[in-house]
Design a protein around this ligand. Structure first.
Ligand code: AMP
Length: 113
């Protein structure tokens, strides 16, 4: 099976602005930012979408959330940010390798579009 876009970034086959990396995850800047800060928190394991995750992935999923909080703290986002997971094409998912969007730096309306 062909590597996902994010696997290619993890494997340094295509460039990206990488802010953080550890054994389970990588954090990059979104190429098409929807807010002044728009990051993608990506597990190294390919899980196509959140609804494909199983109990085996519990540690990875928790890890992604903790990384999000840590990065937000490092970037001094003033404890004001939003995490988004688009699950499935109809929900706006375009890259089928699970990722959290971290958005900050502008007012974030509710309900989201
Ligand atoms: P989603 O639509 O939820 O699957 O999110 C995929 C995100 O990946 C979008 O916000 C895109 O702007 C972003 N994206 C696509 N290609 C790249 C890339 N080469 N580097 C960084 N972000 C990307």
């Amino acid at each position: 099976m062909e590597a996902t876009l994010f696997e290619k970034i993890i494997n340094r086959e295509i460039p990206a602005d990488i802010l953080y990396e550890d054994e389970l995850s990588i954090v990059i800047k979104d190429i098409s930012p929807q807010a002044p800060t728009h990051l993608l928190i990506i597990p190294k394991k390919v899980i196509p979408k959140l609804s494909d995750a199983t109990g085996e992935d519990q540690n990875i999923l928790g890890h992604l959330m903790l990384v999000a909080g840590k990065i937000a703290e490092q970037l001094e986002l003033d404890e004001t940010f939003r995490l988004v997971v688009n699950n499935g094409a109809k929900a706006g998912q375009s890259v089928f390798h699970l990722h959290l969007h971290l958005l900050s730096g502008r007012s974030l309306n509710w309900p989201p579009g």
